[in-house]
Design a protein around this ligand. Structure first.
Ligand code: ATP
Length: 433
């Protein structure tokens, strides 16, 4: 494909994007006019350019400003009356128009004081900015003007899009920032690309020399959690483990990679749950499946040492504390012991039980737990607490115990009538005397 053909492909998909989002179209055209009036150069950069060219959905639009992006965004927002957010630490900014937001950062050069550390930055022109990026396909820019968006590709990213290759921009790239090792696998899997030959050699050298050891645990966790959000998670995460990138946390990840099947099932469950719940649920399942194959002693060590979200850590601890005992008990249970199954599982959260199903390799454990989740777990008695009080059951803990007792019996007799429940409640009261 010639440059002109790439340019026309890009212009078409950029135009189509503008047409589907009037709020974006309005915002970007105001931003561009404002920049032209100040003689400031603006460039679309990073993922959006790649995604316009490859036909993937464009989620975030990042703009590089030649100059101080922070000041530019603040002035623009004041002029346009837009909502905005400034991030003092990195001097970046987001400007919002209705549901649309555009991120601004200054074109910059980066110097790594030592491998794995965060870089020192200085303002630069766009060409230098593109040179500091991770891969050629992420280092294509498009200069914005009122007549459109013109591609600028000094690192030959277009050839790599065509060849479906992930290529780093210089030989020390993985050493400077080993998070790029994770990113390389992530983008390769997402786009269906492979690492270029030289990048593959440098990738292997980086792994052999354990470059990831210069990364903090929180940066490793952040990379893993980005991987958890990929559609390709079921194939990607096992690849990350087998490629030895997680050796820095434990050698066991290579020997015991997570099951693709379990990860796929986890994604399915999350798709069915509400948007607010699904994000945390996916984190919990992904960590649970990733850690689930490791030896017990390593699991507790990693749970202690990794900077996980507090609520996710709590759920994982609850699951790992009971899973071995539950698996053993469930294996010994025959199918017609519904009341025993109820007694065994009803005290555990749905999340614990779902992870038990996802991680268990024993069909009987999966079957029993799923049966509980589907039928027995929803076995709520018809009788209400105030009716139990009327019968004479003392208020407080005994009300809960009586309801549990009735539900336990109902597990063997799901069609139980309310009268039969009342008889059971009276039996319970008798047992207290
Ligand atoms: P996604 O669709 O996952 O958001 P993206 O390419 O936009 O993909 P981001 O992590 O949002 O990815 O980063 C935006 C851009 O910043 C990248 O395209 C790349 O050019 C650059 N970048 C991000 N992380 C790094 C890094 N560790 N090293 C070098 N450049 C990076």
């Amino acid at each position: 494909m010639t440059f002109e053909e790439w340019q026309s492909l890009f212009s078409e998909s950029y135009k189509a994007f503008n047409e589907t989002s009037p709020a974006f179209k309005e915002l970007i055209s105001e931003v561009v006019s404002f920049a032209e009036a100040r003689a400031t150069s603006l460039y679309l950069v990073g993922g959006s350019v790649r995604d316009f060219l490859t036909g993937h959905e464009v989620k975030d639009v990042d703009i590089a400003v030649e100059g101080d992006a922070f000041v530019f965004a603040e002035d623009f927002a004041a002029y346009f009356g837009a909502d905005f957010k400034l991030y003092e630490k990195f001097r970046t900014a987001s400007v919002m128009n209705r549901a649309v937001s555009i991120d601004f950062a200054s074109a910059r050069a980066e110097v790594y004081p030592e491998p794995g550390a965060l870089p020192q930055v200085a303002f630069s022109d766009i060409k230098t900015d593109l040179k500091r990026r991770d891969f050629t396909v992420n280092a294509i820019a498009a200069r914005l003007s009122s007549s459109g968006a013109e591609l600028f590709d000094p690192n030959d990213g277009l050839s790599d899009i065509r060849a479906k290759k992930i290529r780093i921009l210089h030989k020390d790239s993985f050493k400077d920032d080993p998070t790029r090792l994770f990113r390389a696998l992530r983008f390769a899997e997402r786009l269906g690309y492979t690492l270029s030959e030289k990048t593959k050699i440098l990738f292997n050298e980086a792994v052999e020399n354990n470059f990831c050891s210069t990364l903090s645990n929180s940066r490793i966790c952040a990379e893993l959690e980005k991987i958890f959000q990929e559609d390709s998670l079921p194939t990607l995460l096992p690849k990350v483990c087998k490629s030895a990138l997680l050796r820095v946390l434990s050698f066991s990840f290579e020997a015991f990679p997570p099951s693709s099947f379990a990860l796929e099932e986890a994604q399915q469950i999350c798709l069915k749950s509400s948007k607010e719940q699904s994000e945390e649920l996916l984190l919990y399942f992904s960590w649970g499946i990733l850690l689930g194959n490791l030896p017990d002693s390593e699991i507790s060590q990693l749970l202690e040492m990794l900077p996980l979200k507090r609520t996710v850590r709590k759920k994982l601890e609850a699951y790992f504390a009971v899973r071995k005992d539950l698996e053993t008990a469930l294996e010994e249970l025959s199918e017609d012991h519904r009341a025993k199954l109820y007694g065994l599982l009803h005290k555990h959260s749905e999340e614990t039980l779902l992870l038990l199903v996802l991680n268990s390799k024993r069909p009987i454990v999966r079957k029993n737990t799923l049966f509980f989740l589907k039928y027995l777990g929803t076995m709520t008695p018809k009788i209400k607490p105030d009716e139990l009080i009327q019968i004479g059951i003392p208020e407080g803990v005994h009300i809960r115990l009586a309801l549990e007792f009735i539900a336990y019996k109902k597990a063997d007799n799901p069609k139980m009538s309310k009268d039969e429940e009342i008889i059971l409640a009276k039996n319970y009261l008798e047992s207290l005397k």
